[in-house]
Write a protein that binds this ligand. Structure first.
Ligand code: ADP
Ligand code: NI
Length: 217
């Protein structure tokens, strides 16, 4: 199989895998991350396009938030091996999957590659701006979380489990994570894109509290 065919097969595989997942983490999230990652690579002129596309397509397979029972690394390795992808590329893709998550960053620094930098920026960009707002409320809603709980301020998490099991409101999630992403972008292109999306979220929060507090009444 050539690379184009492998990407098409991977896309079909991911589409069917994502079919029953929550609205913020479905095929459209994957498609946006792939498109954004391609754009960043074009601007930055670095990173292997094949690895970037595979990693963008596969990055949420087995994510503990949407599918805790699947070992994503194992599933992706056996899928790519079946497609005849070389071991070196499979390794690069599974490395990106392991390192892309915001939560894992709570444990400090690790070695980086241009491909990881790009796919991580694309994934993070999809968590901010208008799309990020929509996804946060979709995800929070799917967990039964409140939109906002007055008096419950944002908090810091000591570890992955604590963050994962938090029942904090979705508005808190902006302060705990979404507003921090702008300063965590890896590439210049990612930083540029994050700027406007960040501004838009701040404007949204300003308006949200204006309405919540009855300031326009
Ligand atoms: P990552 O997979 O990069 O570690 P997450 O899985 O935490 O990041 O987030 C993926 C998406 O789910 C983002 O759009 C994020 O805003 C949303 N999300 C995660 N946790 C929450 C939460 N507690 N409330 C609302 N949205 C959330
Ligand atoms: Ni993702």
């Amino acid at each position: 199989m050539n690379r184009k065919e492998i990407l098409q097969f991977t896309e079909d595989f991911v589409r069917s895998y994502m079919a029953d997942k929550e609205a913020g983490h479905n095929w459209w999230h994957i498609k946006r991350v792939r498109d954004t990652a391609r754009y960043i690579r074009k601007q930055e002129q670095k990173g292997d396009l094949f690895v970037i596309e595979l990693a963008a397509l596969l990055h949420d397979i087995g994510d503990d938030k949407i599918d805790p029972d699947t070992n994503g690394n194992k599933l992706v390795r056996s899928f790519l091996r079946q497609e005849g992808v070389e071991d070196e590329i499979i390794h690069s893709v599974t490395e990106i999957m392991a390192k892309i998550s915001f939560r894992d960053n709570l444990h400090g620094e690790y070695s980086r590659t241009p491909e990881l930098d790009i796919v991580q920026d694309a994934d993070r960009l999809d968590a901010i701006g208008a799309i990020g707002i929509a996804r946060a409320f979709a995800y929070g809603g799917s967990k039964g979380n409140e939109i906002y709980k007055p008096g419950k301020g944002p908090r810091e998490y000591k570890n992955k489990n604590e963050y994962h099991n938090s029942d904090s409101s979705t508005i808190n999630h902006f302060y705990e994570k979404l507003l921090l992403l702008k300063d965590r972008m890896n590439t210049d292109t990612g930083k540029q894109l994050a700027h406007e999306r960040h501004r838009y979220m701040e404007e949204f929060l300003q308006q949200f509290f204006k309405e919540w507090n009855g300031e326009e009444l």
